[in-house]
Design a protein around this ligand. Sequence first.
Ligand SMILES: C[S@@+](CC[C@H](N)C(=O)[O-])C[C@H]1O[C@@H](n2cnc3c(N)ncnc32)[C@H](O)[C@@H]1O
Length: 452
Amino acid sequence: MARTERIARKKKKNNSPDCNNLSSIFDCFREIPDLTIQSYLERIFRYTRAAPSVYVVAYVYIDRFCHNNPGFRINARNVHRLLITTIMVASKYVEDMNYRNSYFARVGGLTTNELNKLEVEFLFMMGFKLHVNILVFLKTFKMLAIDPAKKISFNRLISNGDLVIVYERHDNMKPITVCESSVLQNRFGVFKHSEWIGKPFGSKVFSNKGGFVYLLAPTPELWTLVLSHRTQILYIADISFVVMYLEVVPGCVVLESGTGSGSLTTSLARAVAPTGHVYTFDFHEQRAGSAREDFERTGLSSLISVGVRDIQGEGFPDEFAGLADAVFLDLPQPWLAIPSAAKMLKQDGTLCSFSPCIEQVQRSCETLQTSFTDVRTFEVLLRTYEIREERLDGITGEGSGPNGSLPCKRRQCSDGSNVISSSPASCVMARPSGEARGHTGYLTFARLKCLS
Ligand SMILES: C[S@@+](CC[C@H](N)C(=O)[O-])C[C@H]1O[C@@H](n2cnc3c(N)ncnc32)[C@H](O)[C@@H]1O
């Protein structure tokens, strides 16, 4: 309290010349940042993972700030500094755990000293009135909506231009972009795309001959099964383990290399949506380009940025230093990229490296010792079962199956009693599939060592 009063007295003395030009307090004296307001907000959003309620409160603050200081004009020179200050103050007001001013300063492109001063100025100009009552909050909240492009939802109906997965059987699916004037022709007949438009994802649609297929939504799980393989890819069992063990949740910033066919990237993007982002790098320009096209097609491009870069040689770009929640490597010599990955991770961030050979794992683990802890390697082996209905010949009565309890067909009589069918009984059997995938690779996880 005494400290605040001291600052207030000092400010009163110092501030009088500024009263005629309030804007100058937040003015940037260096070059005006060339980032658009949207990109700047996206950057803050991405790296601070502040909850949406923080932005609602920040919006109320800016409104209040302008109202309290009618001489203040928001312009290109001051808008960035005003935004980072307001969002930081709102985050301190709303959230129980906050980043330090030094972190916000780095995200906002200021020095810690500059941001400390702006915070004090801001609080005085707000008259320390930071409370936002629930009615004002709800009214503002309704006004602001999350960008629908970043919401992944297939609740809407199929439209012209949508990607659908045409499902015949679990082992026969293909991705098709709906085009009003096109048809799909297969062994079941001819299907007109125009008849698909307006139907919900998941619909059963019929051909001219009465055959049918299902039109499924292009979820990451299905996309992994139908995408065009430009490289070896990660499959569902490894992907699920990676997403879970790396703790990838909405709002996370994830760095990945190499992109390959984008199989893992697709699931990472769905996991970080709608407020996080995946930055994926591949040194193969054409592959990176094809991946970009795929992400457009699957509607995930606003959540993924694809870069062309030799990550083993150059490491990840410095601009991500200390900002990644997780890093994933699927590279031939991952140990070369590990020192850079360590620099990119936030404290307590996690890394995963996928390698097909155990020699690569051992070499990576050696390098991980320097900056990581909790190093663990897993091999995920998936066993698939085939489910079939099979005839059990020779069964004629209740309890007469091989173990005395197999289900037999019953027929209901008009008096309501059940009789055992005289036809051979059938039974649903589950058997290990002959075509089960064996070894795919080893997943090595590690957590960045804490500095303190
Ligand atoms: C096996 S693929 C990755 C597959 C990917 N995980 C998926 O699920 O689709 C490996 C990729 O790493 C890329 N790569 C190899 N060396 C690289 C390097 N030094 N820097 C960046 N990318 C590299 C290759 O071009 C290739 O596309």
